[in-house]
Every structure is written in C-alpha cells, then in structure tokens.
Design a protein around this ligand. Structure first.
Ligand code: RB5
Length: 150
C-alpha cells in the first residue's frame, strides 16, 4: 500500500507522526508537504496535491491534516473522484471505508491527541469497503458529482 500525505502548518506535526508510524509498519509514504510547522501556508494547496495523486493512482490512498481537518478536506473533496472523510473517532474511521469507500482521510491536529489519531489511521487502513448495498449509494455520490461537473 502506498499512501500520500499532506498538511498545512497546523497539521504538520501530526502528519510527521503518521508518516513515522506508517513507515515503521513498512507502508510506503509519499509526503506532499508542507515541510515545516512554523511557516504559515494555505491548506487548499496541500489538499489538492494529495487528492490529485489519489485520482491519478500515483498513491492508493491519501491522509491529510490541518488544524481541524476541515479546511483541507473541503479542498480535497473538490477534486472529482475524491471521497475524503474528516474523522475524529475510530468507529467513523472504519465506517468511512466500509460504507462510504473513502479514499482519503482527514484529521485535525488541534482536535486529536497523537494516540487517538494513530488509532484512527490504523483502523482506517485496515478496513475494506463492504460493497453490496453501499456500492449503489457511493455510485449515487458519483452521479451527483457528474451532474454538477462542467
Ligand atoms: C490554520 O490556522 C487553520 O485554519 C487550518 O489549519 C485549518 O484548521 C483549516 O481548516
């Protein structure tokens, strides 16, 4: 599994922890920046970079972080084909994959402690999409995207 990661300054420390965690587990990580926590940068840029790598299949999944996880997820979700879930608990992490086939996960460094954030990541990477009745609903999401694309 190859995972793309990105953050703004507000999510930089959490992104670094996640990269360390995944790398130690032998999972390949591609870091799309930002490269430090002190210089203020704009989260949409990093959400888009990772989202673009996911839709082009350069990476299998994306994990992104900002202060809340919200802004960067909103940016990522503007890229057609992306289903990015902002998650703050383990149950929702599992469901976002099992039922919604989320291909990106977004976390808030200012919301979550390191321990919970890593548990969420662990749960998310180990959960598979269940398909079946959920496929129809994910297809409906894709149809909405199509209807509003020019
Ligand atoms: C940056 O200060 C902060 O606004 C950003 O990290 C994020 O929380 C936005 O949603």
């Amino acid at each position: 599994m190859r995972i793309g990661l990105g953050s703004d300054h507000g999510g930089y420390n959490l992104k670094s922890e996640i990269i360390k965690y995944l790398t130690e587990k032998g999972i390949e990580c591609v870091d799309f920046g930002t490269n430090n926590s002190t210089e203020s940068v704009d989260y949409p840029m990093y959400g888009e970079k990772v989202a673009s790598a996911v839709v082009s299949k350069d990476v299998d999944y994306g994990i992104i972080c900002c202060g809340t996880g919200i802004g960067i997820s909103l940016a990522a979700n503007k890229v057609p084909g992306i289903r990015c879930a902002v998650v703050s608990d383990v149950f929702s992490a599992k469901m976002s994959k099992a039922h919604n086939d989320a291909n990106m996960l977004s976390l808030g460094e200012r919301v979550l402690g390191r321990g919970l954030a890593l548990e969420i990541v662990e749960a998310w990477i180990n959960t598979e999409f269940e398909g079946d009745r959920h496929s129809k609903r994910v297809d409906m999401i894709k149809q909405i995207e199509k209807r509003y694309s020019k």
